[in-house]
Design a protein around this ligand. Structure first.
Ligand SMILES: C[S@@+](CC[C@H](N)C(=O)[O-])C[C@H]1O[C@@H](n2cnc3c(N)ncnc32)[C@H](O)[C@@H]1O
Length: 263
């Protein structure tokens, strides 16, 4: 498992921090792909199955094979009520454990920034999809401030707290993702920005949802001395805009790219 994959090992914590937001993007992403029901899919970097579940619900696939390097995440993915029909197995996006042209569609949701060699991952997706099939991906626009956790990152920077840069930020830029798809030889490439509301019931829900020990931010927060964490919490409580019903909402946005395997 590479170091970035080790950031995600707890499927349940991941669900609260990120999985539910991935699912909101997934819905729009799959509508945008507009592929017919009944295809054979591979879900690359499936993690805790957040995307897999929406894929099965919306696309009625003939089959879904889902891979991730983290056995802890896969364990959670297998328990989801909506993923019973999927086959989960350990695998790396840069060396997919499949033969050529085994699938009709490949998707990789919120993974490209964590893969050391994204061009290789794109080439692998193109290799395992049959001619005429589709490969597609989405990733939060990390550099543009599109992460659901961006307000927390901004606050840490402002307060001068040890700042972690989300990994592979540059690879989440639209031009970068488009470039990986072009270099993989995919055709008819299209891109799109997908925007979602990220809503928390109140400030406590916001805080508790974001400090779980998962992902680069969760791990950075865990390393902060208690007093610094409290300073960050107070700053956020004062500055995050809350609605009259105490809910806290901001917008997250992801870049998406799709392309067809030449036939
Ligand atoms: C942010 S999570 C996305 C999970 C899921 N696809 C979703 O939409 O919620 C990133 C995932 O990428 C996986 N990952 C990291 N490096 C990887 C690699 N080299 N190949 C495949 N997956 C990788 C992690 O284990 C983690 O599950």
């Amino acid at each position: 498992m590479n170091d970035n994959a080790k950031l995600f090992t707890d499927g349940q914590a991941y669900e609260r921090v990120m999985g539910r937001w991935s699912q909101l993007v997934a819905t729009q992403f799959l509508d945008w792909l507009g592929l017919p029901n009944g295809l054979s899919w591979v879900d690359v970097g499936c993690g805790n199955g957040a995307f897999t579940e929406i894929l099965i619900d919306r696309c009625a696939p003939a089959s879904v094979t889902a891979v991730d390097p983290s056995e802890g995440q896969l364990e959670y993915a297998r328990t989801r009520p909506g993923t019973k029909s999927a086959q989960f197995r350990v695998g790396d996006a840069q060396a997919l454990p499949f033969g050529n042209a085994e699938f009709e569609a490949a998707a990789m949701a919120l993974v490209i920034s964590f893969v050391p060699d994204p061009a290789k991952a794109a080439a692998e997706m193109a290799r395992v999809v049959r001619p005429g099939g589709w490969a597609a991906t989405y990733m939060w626009d990390v550099e543009g401030g599109g992460l659901p956790t961006s307000p927390m990152y901004r606050a840490m920077k402002l307060l001068g707290l040890p700042y972690v840069t989300p990994p592979g930020s540059v690879n989440s830029r639209m031009e970068a993702m488009q470039g990986f798809w072009q270099r993989a030889g995919l055709r008819g490439i299209e891109t799109r920005v997908i925007r979602i509301p990220v809503t928390f019931a109140n400030f406590d829900d916001y805080w508790e949802s974001n400090i779980l020990l998962v992902g680069p931010l969760g791990q950075a927060l865990a390393r902060l001395p208690a007093a610094e964490r409290e300073r960050l919490k107070n700053h956020l409580r004062e500055t995050l805009p809350a609605a009259p019903d105490r809910t806290i909402t901001h917008e997250a946005f992801a870049n998406a790219v799709k392309g067809q395997v030449p036939g």
